[in-house]
Design a protein around this ligand. Structure first.
Ligand SMILES: NC(=O)c1ccc[n+]([C@@H]2O[C@H](COP(=O)([O-])OP(=O)(O)OC[C@H]3O[C@@H](n4cnc5c(N)ncnc54)[C@H](OP(=O)(O)O)[C@@H]3O)[C@@H](O)[C@H]2O)c1
Length: 326
């Protein structure tokens, strides 16, 4: 099969098409004929050498795919050769064939093609597990996502607003802010020009928000603590602004705040299956009804994976990037 390989770590130019043997599906796994593969920021970190695959994962880059099942391993229930699916994988997505565990397989939402479906798993698993499981967003609570125009941010805005919550976002340009607002954010704050704490407090009677999903950290963290309501939760999924900060924990204690975070890729299959099952119940119907849409900024063929990484690292994209494979 053809896949995107790399002989060394480095910039997007190290990515190149290579040929190798088909992977095989072990017990509980399926082999997917990949039609499209989503591109995510962690793929760039892996290419550059900062995010090695966890033990047992394919060394090939790529965390999500959509396609048809070409073979099933022993002990696979519910899925058969020929079925269409999308899947969260720990690696191997940028290839013509990819192995996935049955626990992370999902049907393609009604009305969607492979290209759109390939952009779903990584952001939906991440947003669901961090906002609703770790962050415990519930009832009429309010929500802020930093980096609202990103792949993660665009999923978070749509999913959380479709479930009836007030959503705020930050982004780095007027165009990106407008994009966030069309997705369902009540107000997107251009963090280069405005103070997100002051703007969102003014829109919430000075009360702030219940849950923040953060990919920045750095100097945002003390400001985020000020923006949280008493009992609020800050959930960290990346630290694009730096991982080391000074925090006054007196405020955390006095106002009963929670600071938490998580990574997804190396988590156990039982956990991923629970997230998959909740997504099937709560998010997939919204996708099938067209109440949540995918937003693909640009698509590339597999042999143009380097161009996709260059666009992602330019930061100009809004929504998702995707590779078409077959
Ligand atoms: N922990 C996990 O399980 C997990 C899973 C998946 C992804 N992630 C992480 O989540 C992040 C987003 O992933 P992605 O694939 O969606 O990447 P992406 O589309 O490239 O998003 C990165 C975003 O960060 C924003 N950003 C950077 N500095 C900012 C700041 N100071 N304030 C507000 N926004 C800022 C950028 O927006 P502007 O141009 O507006 O600045 C951009 O939209 C990545 O860091 C990724 O590694 C974590």
């Amino acid at each position: 099969m053809r896949f995107v390989g790399q002989r060394e770590t480095g910039g997007p130019e190290v990515l190149q098409i290579e040929e190798g043997a088909l992977p095989s599906a072990g017990p509980g796994e399926v082999l997917i004929r990949v039609m499209a593969a989503g591109v995510n920021r962690p793929d760039c970190f892996q290419r550059a050498g900062f995010y090695p695959p966890p033990p047992g994962a394919s060394p090939i880059i790529g965390l999500e795919v959509a396609g048809t099942i070409a073979a099933v391993g022993k002990e696979v229930t519910d899925w058969q050769v020929g079925h269409s699916c999308c899947a969260l994988v720990t690696g191997g997505g940028y290839a013509e064939y990819c192995v996935a565990p049955q626990e992370t397989l999902l049907p393609i939402p009604e009305g969607m093609g492979f290209t759109e479906a390939a952009t779903l798993p990584e952001t939906f698993f991440t947003v669901w597990s961090n906002v609703f499981q770790r962050g415990q967003l519930s009832n009429q609570e309010t929500f802020l996502v930093q980096g609202g125009s990103s792949g993660i941010g665009s999923t978070a805005i749509q999913l959380v607003s479709a479930l009836g919550h007030r959503v705020f976002a930050t982004a780095g340009s007027p165009e990106k802010c407008a994009f966030c607002e069309t997705l369902g954010a009540e107000r997107a704050v251009n963090y280069r020009q405005e103070d997100f704490v002051a703007v969102i407090k003014s829109l919430t009677d000075q009360r702030g928000v219940d849950v923040i999903l953060d990919m920045v950290v750095g100097d945002y963290l003390p400001r985020e603590l000020k923006l949280l309501k008493d009992g609020g939760r800050l959930v960290i999924i990346a630290f694009l602004g730096g991982s080391k900060v000074q925090v006054d924990f007196a405020e955390v204690m006095r106002r009963r705040l929670t600071i938490t975070g998580s990574t997804l890729r190396a988590r156990e299959l039982e956990f991923k299956k629970r997230v998959r099952d909740e997504l099937l119940n709560h998010a997939w119907p919204l996708l099938s009804q067209g109440r949540i849409n995918t937003h693909i900024y640009q698509q590339f063929t597999l042999d143009n994976a380097a161009k996709a990484h260059a666009v992602m690292e330019s930061g100009r994209h809004m929504g998702k990037l995707v590779l078409t494979v077959a």
